[in-house]
Design a protein around this ligand. Structure first.
Ligand SMILES: Nc1ncnc2c1ncn2[C@@H]1O[C@H](COP(=O)(O)OP(=O)(O)O)[C@@H](O)[C@H]1O
Ligand SMILES: [Mg+2]
Length: 248
């Protein structure tokens, strides 16, 4: 491999690598965006599961939304046994999902909130299992803790940069807001990421919806600029590289 060639890591999503020259550039930050229920979490967990089972790449899952026991249960439906990977030290789950005791937080309650604590926890897990992949699902949940957009951008930048400095490939998930004015958390994340994938589940008739995926950007890559069919099967997410989505 020449110095100028980009090393690729397989996404673990059948059909997706073919759209992006073989995989994500190693060590990059990838954002997977979409409305609720479009498959962001499944894609992210599959990226970790396949990484650990097929590509010798242990992974760390930082979950801020779903509790680990539900993630393990949901992924088991696709035959992906996360608990077995955890036992073998090939997967480490950092549980930051809201617990029942959490009291509602008011804006302005965190005058000097920063992410250095979270950074230390994640790096600890990465070092412990020699992780090569990290997923944060979803970072935007912490956005309300910041006093300003500038501080938020700075903190997200520091956190993601220090994770990828370890050589790991980082996948973030994010919800695309209904009102999109270019000033939200999503835009900061999209700016930080060198790649953005968008998942859709659009209505194509009164009776049915159709799932699809788009590579919005991927730095350093000649990627497909079309919207491709995607399905959630019994084996997880699959993309049809030759099939253009009927909703597109
Ligand atoms: N076993 C399954 N088979 C087919 N589709 C599923 C299965 N499990 C979940 N889904 C679909 O995936 C959706 C949830 O995907 P998820 O990755 O959690 O979405 P997101 O993280 O984007 O909100 C569900 O709403 C459902 O439509
Ligand atoms: Mg999710």
């Amino acid at each position: 491999m020449s110095d100028f060639e980009i090393e690729r890591v397989s996404t673990g999503i059948p059909g997706l690598d073919e759209l992006i020259e073989g995989g994500f550039p190693r060590g990059d930050i990838i954002l997977v965006a979409g409305r609720p229920g479009t498959g962001k979490s499944i894609l992210a967990n599959q990226f970790l599961y396949k990484g650990a089972t097929e590509y010798h790449e242990p992974g760390v899952l930082v979950t801020l939304e779903e509790p680990p026991h539900l993630i393990r249960r949901n992924m088991m439906r696709f035959g992906m046994d996360l608990a077995a990977l955890e036992k073998k030290g090939k997967l480490s789950i950092v549980d930051l999902s809201p617990s029942k005791e959490v009291t509602p937080v008011k804006i302005g309650e965190y005058p000097s909130f920063d992410l250095s604590g979270l950074e230390a926890i994640i790096l600890n897990h990465v070092n412990k299992i020699k992780a090569k992949r990290v997923v944060i699902d979803t970072l935007a949940i912490l956005a309300y803790k910041f006093r300003s957009r500038d501080i938020l951008r700075e903190e997200f930048f520091k956190l993601t940069a220090s994770i990828t400095r370890t050589g790991t490939t980082l996948l973030l998930t994010s919800e695309i807001p209904a009102q999109h004015d270019g000033l939200g958390v999503f835009d900061i994340e999209a700016f930080l990421a060198s790649g953005v994938l968008v998942l859709y589940n659009e209505m194509i008739s009164q009776q049915s919806r159709s799932r699809s995926i788009e590579v919005l950007k991927l730095r350093g890559s000649k990627h497909s600029s079309r919207i491709h069919s995607m399905r959630i099967t019994d084996e997880g997410i699959r993309v049809w590289p030759a099939e253009i989505s009927p909703g597109a």
